[in-house]
Design a protein. Structure first.
Length: 204
């Protein structure tokens, strides 16, 4: 979702290859495109770039004149720090709150998950409060940091943890992005079900 959203937001043309995961033969399909055997992967001519953050960096440098990051050096440093933290952290949330665009479920938030949610909430509040006059995104204007946290906004939409008003409004901003709405619509149209992501109980 992350590089896809960056490309969509800045209207960079690209061809998308969809590979349904965790079905029979999906590893062989992945192997056609990447030795890492993971998604996403970007092919640009003879170059293969894998890993979401590396792809976003490459897109920004090669196609956006570095507009993927804020122009201001302080904001850029904060955006990079927030993106790197998302890239390397929040493992309990990722494991226990799998991204599932088609679902709104109730789950029990253990202390490890709650601690990570609270950290994300504080981070979003800090960035949003600092740059609120510049626009609705984490650093005011849309950046790679927003792409990195878009899947987290989707998770919070699915499982509805308690968030500050600032963070709740940011989730709403992400979900209103036309390309995020397209992602959700295409997810609704998929027929495959990843059982590992079907956690929690239905909301009534």
């Amino acid at each position: 979702m992350r590089p896809w959203l960056l490309l969509k937001h800045f209207n960079v043309p690209f061809e998308e290859v969809r590979i349904p995961l965790f079905i029979e033969g999906f590893e062989q399909q992945l192997a056609v495109y990447t030795d890492a055997n993971k998604v996403p992967v970007l092919h640009d001519g003879d170059l293969e770039v894998w890993d979401s953050l590396a792809i976003c960096e490459y897109i920004s440098e090669q196609y956006l004149d570095n507009q993927g990051w804020p122009a201001d050096s302080v904001a850029r440093s904060l955006a990079r720090s927030a993106s790197a933290e998302m890239h390397s952290s929040f493992l309990n949330v990722r494991e226990q709150m799998p991204m599932n665009c088609r679902s709104q479920k109730k789950i029990d938030f253990g202390p490890d998950v709650l601690g990570e949610i609270e950290r994300i909430d504080r981070l979003w509040q800090s960035l949003k409060s600092r740059y609120q006059s510049d626009g609705p995104w984490l650093l005011g204007t849309f950046s790679i940091a927003d792409c990195m946290y878009a899947p987290m906004a989707s998770r919070f939409h699915s499982y509805l943890p308690t968030l500050s008003d600032i963070s709740s409004n940011y989730v709403a901003t992400v979900l209103k992005h036309p390309s995020v709405q397209q992602w959700f619509a295409e997810a609704e149209a998929e027929t495959e079900v990843i059982q590992q992501s079907e956690v929690g109980t239905a909301r009534t």
